[in-house]
Structure formats: C-alpha cells, structure tokens
Design a protein around this ligand. Structure first.
Ligand code: TXA
Ligand code: MG
Length: 324
C-alpha cells in the first residue's frame, strides 16, 4: 500500500523542510522511489530526475507511453543549472520574473538528465512550482524531481489527494496529501529552446504575460493532425468515462434548458455551467470525476471565452470531448 503523509499547508517553507513527513518522502525520492505530491496546478507523481530507473517506474505506475517526456521540477537556481545546458538573456529575465510559477520552460537539456526523462529528446521541460509542499519536498530531496500529473494516463488530472489514491493508491511508495490544488489545470508550457518561442500548452500564465519577454512568441497550432511539439498533446487526455459535450457560450438560457431536458430523456446528464474561467479551471477535473463516480452518461459543459484562462481550460475540455 502507498503510505499517506499529511502536512499542514499553513506552515512556512523553512518549517516544512524540517517536518518528518517531508524528510521521509525525501528519503524515498533519494532511494529511487515514487512520491505523489501537491503542486499549485495538479498533483505530480515524482521521482529523482537524475535516476533513469526511477523514471521508468513513473511510466509503469501511470501506464504512460514512453514517448511522452516528463517535466523536471526544481526548487532553486542551482538545480536549474544542473538540468539545462545554458540560460540565455531573455530566458533569464523570464525566469527572474516568473519562477516559482505554473510555467514549464522547454530548454536544451544537460547531460545529467537521462534520456528516459525526456523520451530521447535533446530538450527538457523544467518548472519551479509555487506550492510550498512541493518546494519543500524538492529542497529536502536535494535533487530535481521529475513528475507528470499523478493520474493514470488518459484520466482527468488529480486536483485533490483523494484522486491520487483513486488512480495510483498501491502503485506508489507515498502520497503527500493536501487539499484542492489552487489552479486546477496543468502549467503553461513554453518552448524557448529555439529562436521562435512557442506556447505548446496553454495554462494560467497567458500569452499576454509572456510576450514582452521575447519578440518572436506565438501559440503553436494545437491542431493535432500535425506532429505535436509537446508529445503528450497527441494522446487522449483528461477524459471521464461519460461523454463530454460542449455547449456554446452564446446559447440562450431557454435553449440550454431545452437541451438538458432533451438529453435527459434517455441519459443521466451532468451539467457544468460556470461562467468564471478561473473557477471552472479549479473545479473541472474534480467534476469530471464526480460525474463518473455517480454514473452519469453525459457531461454538458458551458463554454467560456474571452481571457487566457478560458483558452487554457477550454483546451482541456475540448480534448476531453474528443475534439482536436
Ligand atoms: O502543471 C504541470 O505541468 C503538472 C505538475 C505536476 O507540474 N505536470 C504535468 O505533467 O502536467 P504531464 O506529464 O501531465 O504533462 C507534461 C507535458 C506533456 O504533454 C509532455 O509531452 C510535455 O509536457 N513535455 C515534457 N517535456 C517536453 C519536451 N522536452 N518537449 C516538449 N514537450 C514536453
Ligand atoms: Mg498529464
């Protein structure tokens, strides 16, 4: 069975590092084991990023395709230097401004990072999370921690420790338990490894926050018919068992109620109608799981639009609905 550890989220970072629970989990990481832990985006499934055998265990526990590379989590700038080849001027300004943040940077990898972490790519995704428990675990471990989201591949990402237990209980050595993740969807991924910077996955940090750091920055075309730059984007993702259907944001209330009535005739229909994109992001994966637990057949989700967070959360919902 996985060992469950609880720590107080009210403690400061320096205090957390001294907690026995964090020290125990850090020892597991150092010995090549797996520890699931909270971040401000979603829960991560962590292992020592310098240890190729530990990396393999991550893929096994999640049932993750081996061509989908892992994000490496750091807690200080010394670790960054160990993980990446070099940090250019624009990258340095970006990192000074944002880290720690829900932002993953794709950069040329150092030789210390094994191919098992990056699926053979010469780049690595690196992120310094903002969550204090995550930072304390990395700092206490003394090594960068490779961590994908702590769900079984294809399932909605976990935003509460109970979701991690549901998916990975028994398959990991330990779970560091906290409550709901603050943001609820995964980090923005920005590829800065080439001259043109590209947002590979939208997240809480939007293009408006990033574009002043580099002249040539754009979204990649998220059209999956092309070879996706972030390998993970090609897989079926975030999916509940129920069928997800998107309701256009401008559908009037009367028609929406009519649609719910119609759909409910021979199906159990779960409705997600949250107008605020930040609130929707925080709860959408949790609601997908709730709908499955209660045996719903269809999830109707009202579309949001108009800001960067809407773009990010709709990206997940479209994938869950099986759209490109
Ligand atoms: O918020 C997050 O980023 C969470 C928490 C735990 O930090 N992690 C997360 O990891 O979402 P995961 O494995 O579920 O998604 C990582 C994505 C995948 O789509 C993967 O293909 C992409 O990052 N990725 C990782 N390394 C890459 C690289 N070198 N080049 C391009 N894409 C990369
Ligand atoms: Mg994931």
């Amino acid at each position: 069975m996985s060992k469950l550890y609880k720590v107080s989220e009210a403690l400061e970072l320096a205090e957390l590092i001294e907690e026995n629970e964090i020290k125990d989990c850090a020892r597991i990481i150092q010995k090549g084991g797996l520890v699931a832990f909270p971040t401000e985006t979603v829960y991560g499934l962590g292992a020592n990023a310098f240890d190729k055998d530990a990396a393999k265990k991550i893929y096994e526990a999640k049932g993750r395709p081996s061509d989908n590379p892992l994000i490496v989590h750091i807690s200080n700038m010394e670790m960054l230097k160990m993980v990446v080849k070099e940090v250019g001027e624009d990258a340095k300004r970006l990192i000074d401004e944002f880290f720690p943040a829900p932002l993953t940077l794709i950069m040329k990898k150092s030789d210390l990072i094994p191919d098992e972490i990056t699926s053979g790519l010469d780049t690595v995704g690196v992120r310094m999370p903002k969550n204090k428990i995550a930072l304390a675990l990395i700092e206490a471990s003394g090594v960068p921690i490779a961590a994908p989201s702590a769900n079984v591949s294809g399932r909605p990402s976990p935003t509460h420790y109970k979701h991690v237990i549901e998916d990975l209980g028994g398959r990991v050595d330990a779970i560091l338990c906290a409550q709901d993740c603050e943001i609820g969807i995964e980090s923005t991924i920005l590829d800065i490894s080439e001259r043109d910077w590209k947002i590979l996955r939208p997240g809480a940090i939007g293009i408006g926050d990033l574009e002043k750091f580099h002249e040539r920055l754009s979204y990649v075309n998220f059209d999956e018919s092309q070879k996706p730059k972030a390998p993970g984007m090609k897989y079926r993702h975030y999916s509940p068992n129920a069928e997800v259907k998107i309701v256009p944001f401008d559908m009037d209330e009367f028609s929406f109620q009519e649609l719910i009535r119609e759909s409910s005739k021979d199906c159990k229909v779960y409705v997600i109608d949250i107008k605020n994109s930040t609130t929707l992001a925080k709860s959408v994966f949790k609601k997908f799981r709730e709908a499955d637990e209660s045996g719903y057949d269809i999830i109707l989700v009202r579309e949001v639009c108009g800001d960067d967070m809407s773009e990010a959360v709709m990206n997940r919902i479209r994938k869950a609905a099986g759209h490109k």
